[in-house]
Design a protein around this ligand. Structure first.
Ligand SMILES: NC(=O)c1ccc[n+]([C@@H]2O[C@H](COP(=O)([O-])OP(=O)(O)OC[C@H]3O[C@@H](n4cnc5c(N)ncnc54)[C@H](OP(=O)(O)O)[C@@H]3O)[C@@H](O)[C@H]2O)c1
Length: 331
């Protein structure tokens, strides 16, 4: 028997612990093409919130009574697949379960000697690739341009910032606590960082931080923060819609300013994307990110919770901004 965490009820608004349940399940016998895994580190990500709704999206909804599935790294403890050796670590989309038997299709061997295992869920995983493709493929920042990032202290945001700095941009972050502001300024060397929770006039603060206007906006949060940034874009600005976390728990869609006339007047591009669109180019992105990590040009940080049972709590804490960098749960 092993423990798994299921979706017990669909959240309305911000998820609560009551939406989840831990239960014991049998572990199956390993068949050819499968491995038995012990979960090592699990990722909690904002997009899981969308999968908890019973609504069509780019990825199917979780079913009630079924385990949550998310990014994870696990150790192989039994194998009936060539190339998947006992003792190796794999990364993939895994159920929130301590021990599991799973098909190897979709699993990727990761090397704990090349990078800390948690990196495969962060800078060398889905968030890092999101930052890489969103910024380089859609944002296309040029030296001297101003790049603004919302959700700046999170898993994606801290990578976007450093990539923009490497490009020689003026980089401005927006984040939700003074501790985050200090980290972004002191450790990551953001040019300017705004605490959106304590700033009374966000538009004025952005104008002050971006004296030449905004050329690239990497949007992780949406809502009023994005309204304030988009009001200050330059001609030919690029707006990358990566995430809209401020709206994920909304029970009705708030009405914002009609931005089409701003986009028209500024000949601006606004493009949403899902990192999976780039799956055929993941190797290219990982190679670039690995080189930058290997040469010390990209730093990364995690907020780590310990214990399988803390997965739901960690996930909920994303919506309170309790994480700096990637939020992971070590088992
Ligand atoms: N398009 C894609 O393929 C793709 C892939 C990965 C992630 N994403 C999206 O990118 C965004 C960032 O993801 P991540 O993994 O890096 O998460 P993250 O930034 O590590 O964690 C979420 C952060 O969002 C902020 N936040 C929470 N509620 C907020 C609100 N109401 N208003 C403003 N900020 C709020 C919090 O920081 P503060 O303390 O600063 O509020 C929190 O720490 C998310 O929207 C996610 O869905 C998209």
């Amino acid at each position: 028997m092993t423990r798994q965490i299921i979706l017990k009820s669909r959240p309305v608004g911000i998820p609560t612990l009551d939406n989840f349940e831990s239960r014991s399940v049998d572990i199956h016998v390993v068949s050819p093409g499968q491995v038995r895994l012990m979960a090592h580190t699990m990722s909690v990500d904002p997009y899981l919130r969308g999968r908890m709704n019973d609504a069509p999206s780019y990825i199917p909804s979780f079913q009630l009574g079924e385990p949550i599935v998310g990014g994870g790294v696990a150790r192989i403890v039994e194998s009936k697949t060539e190339g998947f050796n006992v003792g190796s670590y794999v990364m993939g989309y895994l159920p929130w379960q301590e021990e599991m038997v799973i098909d190897t299709a979709g699993l990727k061997i990761v090397d704990e000697n090349l990078a800390p295992l948690s990196f495969y869920l962060g800078i060398l995983g889905m968030p890092g690739l999101t930052a890489w493709f969103g910024l380089t493929d859609i944002g296309k920042p040029q030296p001297g341009e101003t790049v603004v990032i919302s959700g700046a202290a999170g898993a994606v945001g801290i990578v976007v910032e450093q990539l923009a700095k490497i490009q020689g941009c003026h980089v401005v972050g927006i984040a939700g606590s003074d501790a985050k502001v200090r980290y972004l300024k002191d450790e990551l060397k953001f040019d300017e960082v705004i605490n959106y929770k304590t700033t009374s006039d966000l538009e004025a603060a952005i104008a002050l931080a971006c004296p030449s206007g905004v050329d690239v906006y990497f949007d992780n949060v949406g809502g009023e923060i994005s309204d304030a940034v988009i009001a200050q874009i330059n001609k030919n600005a690029r707006i990358i819609i990566c995430g809209q976390i401020s709206l994920y728990n909304a029970t009705s869609q708030p009405m914002g300013p009609r931005i089409q006339s701003v986009l028209l007047k500024k000949s601006a591009l606004m493009q949403g994307f899902i990192v999976g669109n780039y799956s055929s180019r993941f190797d290219e992105g990982l190679k670039a990110l690995s080189q930058l990590v290997g040469t010390g040009k990209l730093k990364y940080t995690n907020t780590t919770y310990h214990g399988f049972e803390r997965l739901p709590e960690a996930f909920i804490d994303l919506f309170e901004g309790k994480n700096l960098g990637k939020l992971i749960v070590e088992l």
